[in-house]
Design a protein around this ligand. Sequence first.
Ligand SMILES: Cc1ncc(C[n+]2csc(CCOP(=O)(O)OP(=O)(O)O)c2C)c(N)n1
Ligand SMILES: [Mg+2]
Length: 737
Amino acid sequence: MATTKTDPKLSVGSGSRKAKVYEGLSREQLIQAYRLMYTSRRIDDREILLKRQQKIYFQMSGAGHEAVGVAAGLALKPGYDWFYPYYRDRALCLTLGVEPYQMFLQGVGAADDPSSGGRQMPSHWSYPSLHIVTQSSPTGSQILQAVGCAEGGRYLSRRSKGTDVPSGATDYRQFKNVSSQRDEVTYVSLGDGTSSEGEFWEALNAAALGKLPVIFCVEDNGYAISVPVEVQTAGGSISRLVSGFPNFHFEEVDGTDPMASYAAFQRAVKYCRQGLGPAFVHSHVIRPYSHSLSDDERLYRPESERERDAQRDPVTRTQLYLLREGILDDKGINQLEKEVEAELQAAVDRALEALPAAPESVMNFLFSPDVDPSSSAFDTQPAVVEASSDAKKPTTKTMADLINATLRDEMKRDERIVIFGEDVADCSREEYLRQKLVKGKGGVFKLTFGLQCEFGNDRVFNSPLAEAAIVGRATGMATRGLKPVVEIQFFDYIWPAMMQIRDELCTIRWRSNNGFSCPVVIRVAIGGYLTGGAIYHSQCGESIFTHIPGLRVVFPSNSLDAAGLLRTAIRCDDPVLFLEHKRLYRESYGRAAYPGPEYMIPFGKARIVQHGTDLTVITYGAVVPRALQAAQKLEREQGIKVELIDLRSLSPFDWDTIAASVAKTNRALVAYEDTLSWGYGAEIAARIADKLFDQLDAPVRRVAAKDTFVAYQPILEDAILPQPNDLYLAMKELAKY
Ligand SMILES: Cc1ncc(C[n+]2csc(CCOP(=O)(O)OP(=O)(O)O)c2C)c(N)n1
Ligand SMILES: [Mg+2]
């Protein structure tokens, strides 16, 4: 561990008026730094004016953070290093090459705004060619992604050959330009308040564990909106709190001083480029304008405190320094400021002329415009069935077997696939495997068994027990062109990752107007009927995810579908939530022969499990075998013929198959394992009622779990989850309606 503290007064370079170099910056670079700082401040001022004139709709200033931003930008390389800045990093972005005009385009919400095409607020940076990765608004959700980005870069630079796109590949790889630099660095910044978020700590832990080249820059302006740092951070100093993390280089610096900040960043960058580990730069800055234009800090900060801050204003201090050192005189300063004003005036005039994005474009880029996983390209036939030793029946495999086989096949085919999650490795202490002391675990359900042994621990590895970190890191890796296939051990524990899924993973392509994408596959063990799984190992909840735009959700009911859908999930270019029912992993229902390494099922294509004429039952997952049992009994006992539809993928879903069936049977029952109210079946039922009203001879009915949690005692579990008899009774009643 190395720690450097810089005296918080403005540093004076070599101390001599004639000095040529100031903490590594030449006189010309200092002038350039001042120009960038001044430009940044004046853009804020112009935006504030434009907001008051109602020509833009939001304003977030970078005022007070200019010096540290410019310093970081000068120490790092755009288009080489990677950047996850936050909303106060205007000066950083200008230094990296973003033009003032582009910033004003954000403000007016122009179609040509390169960061989002009018979809995001201003100061939510996204510039792919500079490697500035699209930013969102949740404080701190960028930090884990930065860690994943650094991991992705390291992986790519170590495997540069294997990650080439093979000629003739027809999958997401055609559309992912992977590149990396052996000594690249990932920069991520956040405010002092944001360091209270749990994801911040997960990210520091992951970066320290992996000795990853990430610079964490905390821009500490002493406030998070109105909450002062001593109420936010125990002891008032984030530096003190993080100082125990191993493998880090630490800096604490006056972030209103461009030279001291540059020196701190130079040391941090050097440490990271050498591959020694991550760095932490704690930068003390000020916030001379209120939190945003919606905030008035005079309500919670007295004049005296604000005046004290003003004494440290980085723009005025740097200007005075240039004058004092004789680097620029009054005339030079005036000239520079005039040039900046003229540039900004021209940029504002142009931006105000820019056209807004077209309303017809709002659905663009929720998903890949290039790879359509519901297309016929993903519709292949199973390979010829191999015979078992007794040469009578084909060897049938469980869902667990075929998921494992599909992962293995795809990992062989595509070196960009990495698998991680809790317990997914065979054994983290590899020497035990090498010495054949242990067999290996490969997941609590053993779905990833043998993959680490076959593909190595840089491709299959255990993560810390931190679900947000699993999804956040995967998102960062996928942004770099990798294909992370991660596991969430139980659906009941997916919630810490919800922010990463809902506000990040699924929004990235849309919010960056197709500038970035991150096609992660999240495999999740879901569902009940376990006799003893209880409330925290048995729940469903898929409709919470089908409600999210930008996410594919699939839920197979048998081995063959699991294999075909998982392969489609891996090869497509969208984020996929792949729900695996625990009860079906090793069930005798739905076993199938290994379908070969190319078998795929398109998303949004249902399977008709059995044809019928009297009633349509629409279901999926573990309710499929239960509904089949009920339908067979109904036919045996009452002669009623049920058409049973297994949706297989829930978003998109196969409306055409539902509509054709209901047109034939005139009756529809939607059955699902999740709780009844507000569940997945509500949408299907509403759609049928809306679009097929004239075809119906009976109301649309639903059978689902009771609106409670799944209980431990099997008698209670049975009463809560839909059983074959519940399905039987509902089918019978509806058929006779
Ligand atoms: C997860 C989340 N919670 C709350 C907010 C609302 N919010 C926006 S900025 C902010 C304060 C951030 O303070 P700090 O991290 O110190 O950054 P600063 O704005 O001071 O630079 C809050 C609470 C948010 N955007 N995201
Ligand atoms: Mg703050």
